[in-house]
Design a binder for this molecule. Structure first.
Ligand code: NAP
Length: 295
């Protein structure tokens, strides 16, 4: 009998993760707020659940992949949710990006219910989810991490236990701080070289080989040069994540001046009506602040 994995939240990330679990031989039962995404999972070889309670009760392992802290609280604490209906000893792996303090509180509640909770947010975007190469930063008990390894390895390429409950979300917040700041600097560099009449593609190819080399240059600079900003990872979600970073830094008494500045730039871009664009659209704001560009 193969392990049954419930996947709650079949969006940009959850759907391809569920598809990779099916390919790896797991029985996958999916539940999503809107029904069409469940139908897509059934077509991919999974089972569909009509209710959250049905998915939760069927599974030895439950993965949640929903947008934000209140969404994870809803699927966990609802009358028909995980705390109410999961089997004793079930592994609950939350792959959503949420506040570390919420992750810790929900993990305590789950342990009281004799569940085995892990916070396991991911990095690598839609492409990483499709390829099954996500970086997964995991918080929770070491024994529970070992038990979850086969499931995590089916969706991830780099899977690391980083500490107790909440630690995975803390590392993910650090990830989002680095990514946003790096995108902003790449955007500034591109607008800068273009303003001097230098070919940005030539500039990127040499910058990528030196100390300035980074994954944003490798993966996003080409589309930024072409002004293509379809998501990927939406500005609205990065705005949510920088709110998490700022609150967690304040709680720890750590100053993150560049992070706070970048959070303001992301917020400004959102207020200008670009919340649905990819986060690399920070370039549009650099252009606007420089009196260049046409959007
Ligand atoms: P998404 O495309 O908006 O998918 C979220 C899914 O959750 C939607 O299908 C939504 O259903 C469903 N949902 C929301 N509330 C629910 C509930 N109460 N019960 C059942 N289903 C519910 O978001 P995403 O891009 O996959 O992101 C999910 C999480 O991964 C977020 O925390 C995000 O920050 C993180 N993340 C995303 C990326 C990325 O590149 N996209 C990368 C790394 C991490 P509906 O169809 O009804 O909306």
């Amino acid at each position: 009998m193969s392990t049954t994995v419930a996947v709650i939240g079949l969006g940009i990330m959850g759907a391809p993760m569920a598809a990779n679990l099916i390919k790896a031989g797991f029985e996958v039962i999916g539940y999503n707020r809107s029904r069409p995404k469940v139908e897509a999972l059934i077509k991919a070889g999974g089972r569909g659940a009509d209710t959250l309670a049905e998915a939760v009760a069927a599974a030895e392992v439950i993965i949640t992949m929903v947008p934000d802290s209140p969404d994870v609280e809803a699927v966990t604490e609802a009358d028909d949710g995980i705390l109410a209906g999961a089997r004793n000893g079930a592994l609950w792996i939350d792959c959503s990006t949420i506040r570390p303090d919420v992750a810790t509180r929900l993990a305590d509640a789950a342990r009281e219910r004799r569940l085995r909770p892990l916070d396991a947010p991911v990095s690598g975007g839609e492409a990483g989810a499709i390829e099954g190469t996500l970086s997964i930063m995991v918080g929770g008990e070491a024994a529970d991490f070992e038990a979850a390894r086969p499931v995590l390895d089916a969706v991830g390429g780099t899977v690391v236990h980083v500490g107790p409950s909440g630690a995975g979300q803390t590392v993910k917040a650090a990830n989002q701080l680095i990514v946003a700041g790096t995108i902003e600097l790449v955007a500034e560099a591109l607008v800068f070289v273009e303003a001097h009449g230098v070919d940005p593609e030539a500039a990127v190819s040499v910058l990528a080989g030196g100390l300035a080399g980074n994954r944003i240059l490798d993966r996003k600079a080409a589309s930024m040069i072409k002004r293509e900003f379809q998501p990927g990872f939406r500005i609205d979600l990065h705005h949510k994540d920088l709110g998490i970073v700022l609150a967690a830094a304040r709680e720890a008494g750590v100053a993150i001046p560049l992070g706070a500045h970048t959070a303001q730039l992301v917020q400004a871009l959102r207020q200008l009506g670009h919340g649905d664009l990819d986060h690399s659209a920070l370039l549009l704001l650099v252009e606007q602040l420089s009196g260049r560009g046409d959007r």
